[in-house]
Design a protein around this ligand. Sequence first.
Ligand SMILES: [Zn+2]
Length: 330
Amino acid sequence: MRKKILCFTLCLMVLCFSSHPKTYGAETNKNEDNQKLMSLYKKVETLTTIPWYVFAAIDQYERNVRHSRRDIPKAPGLIEIYIKPEVWTGPLNPNQKDTDPRTIGLFGGIGVDGNGDKKAEPTNDEDVLYTIANYLQSYGSDLDNIKIGLWEYYHRDKAVGLILGHMKLFQKYGRLDLEGHAFPIPRQYNFTYHNTWGDARGWGGRRIHEGTDIFANYGVPVRSTCFGVIEMKGWNRYGGWRVGIRDIDNTYHYFAHLNGFADGLKVGQVVEPGQLIGSVGSSGYGPPGTSGKFPPHLHYGLYKDNGRTEWSFDPYPHLKAWERAERNKK
Ligand SMILES: [Zn+2]
């Protein structure tokens, strides 16, 4: 099939392992958890001068990392921020299970008591949250200093960037539930797509197809599939005009071969499911502006970050589910 040799993305062979977002229990449990989490964040906001969405963003980043890695223990409570024992109790502390705030302080640990029981316990939600708040506050509570504090804590630009993106989303919507999705093409337009995950690609060396091609006419609207922040917008010789959106689960939604972008769309902007981001085209396979080397289609890819690396996973089942959900909504 001709379309099988068309379109692909930047990466080479990427090791693909379990990457599906975690599944939650009943929807009501999740709502309850979110309410409890929000009151924890708000409580620490009143104890410090750091806004709740900073804690929500750090917790969300760590939740995603924890759920995609096997080397971090399961969270004992609702807060999923993981602070290593040597960081909590102090690197030279002979007792790595120390919960006495005074000795922890002496050994340079960051663990503090947040719930007033005179113990600094890494298994207590309030203690963990207040420890992070206290750590950040030592740098200052305005955004610039929070950024510095985050960098000092993670020593990874990517982590800081992801957390800042989450902050924007939580601040804008004022809630924790930002899980909604939309199919990228509005349902009144004609489109076709098949599962082409992993197909070989000929142009530009040996690669596999990391995504799903949705064939539609030039100019058909392309919409955001998630709540997220525009992380990338621009040209690439493979993908042509492209947009990348980072969602609240640290998943990166990649849209390639666009004809053009929505007016005013810019990096750092918050978008939501169904929001116009561009239109279908056939850009790519050459220097900026190259177009028409293959039939128009949207290349849609999904990438996941686990705090260390990023890898792609198959968007096809997700696209199918979002398409079905929209048809059922009518
Ligand atoms: Zn493609």
